[in-house]
Ligand binder design. Structure first.
Ligand code: PEP
Length: 257
């Protein structure tokens, strides 16, 4: 059975002190459930870069993984404002979000740049969480699968075979992010199925069947169970609802045996 992943994207929120407090709150709820969680799901929190050290300390001794929100694909050099895989690994980071819609739409990151970042993450032996998703206009034009599959193909273009097993995809419709309007389980299922088919074409069925495809976009404790009940939705990438310990912990525990 495919493992689920529940990932918190803190975006540009929380100081080190606030991040530590949030992790303490999450651990107070989830640590007692650790053995049950470990059966079928992984949990990750992705703070902003200056909060990684505090978050790593606060996570010591827990099975909650540490993630980052972006990464450059070169190992080092004149890339002001960027961080490398080695830098992230030195904090104990194991997942890196790439191609988040805020990177694509606010900061103009192209499909090609996102693909380079994803390849760099995999080459650094970290797990890329590649975000893909259509805007409201693209959905209204009937172009949802065209956009998602284009972003997916470009995002995976540079991933070598030995990096494939670490890939995570997050389907995040842009119109659902931070809007309080989530995709319905049925809408998400159609896109997740198309992503799974494309992953099989790209990596072969054996590898593709193991890769988690997360849903992201206004996931809350109220809607998570109906989304996670769908067989091709393998967890969630959570923004707003990950900033409160009780709501994130409730999302992580969705459908737990
Ligand atoms: C996100 O930023 O990845 C996200 C899904 O945000 P929210 O949960 O707030 O919609």
């Amino acid at each position: 059975m495919r493992r689920k992943l529940f990932a918190a994207n803190w975006k540009m929120n929380l100081t080190p002190t606030e991040g530590r407090a949030l992790i303490a709150g999450i651990r107070a709820i989830l640590d007692p459930l650790a053995a049950r969680l470990a059966r079928d799901r992984d949990v990750m929190v992705a703070p902003a870069f200056p909060v990684l050290a505090a978050a790593a300390q606060a996570l010591a001794g827990s099975s909650i993984a540490l993630g980052a929100q972006n990464m450059h694909f070169e190992e080092k050099g004149a890339f002001t404002g960027e961080v490398s895989g080695a830098m992230l690994r030195s904090f104990g980071v194991s997942y890196v979000i790439v191609g988040h819609s805020e990177r694509r739409h606010i900061f103009g990151e192209s499909d090609e740049l996102v693909g380079k970042r994803a390849a760099g993450v995999a080459a650094a032996r970290l797990a890329p969480i590649l975000c893909v998703g259509e805007t409201a206009d693209e959905r209204d034009r009937g172009d949802t699968l065209g956009v998602v599959l284009r972003q997916l193909q470009a995002g995976l273009a540079g991933i070598a075979d030995d990096g494939a097993k670490r890939v995570v995809i997050a389907y995040e419709p842009v119109w659902a992010i931070g809007t309080g309007r989530n995709a319905t389980p049925e809408q998400a299922t159609i896109v997740h199925g198309a992503i799974r088919d494309a992953l099989r074409d790209r990596f072969g069925a054996a590898t593709a069947n193991e890769l988690p495809i997360l849903y992201g976009g206004s996931v809350t404790p109220d809607n998570v169970d109906s989304l996670m009940a769908k067989p091709d939705i393998d967890g969630a990438l959570v923004g707003g609802a990950s900033l409160k310990a009780d709501s994130f912990a409730r999302i992580v525990s969705s459908g737990m045996a």
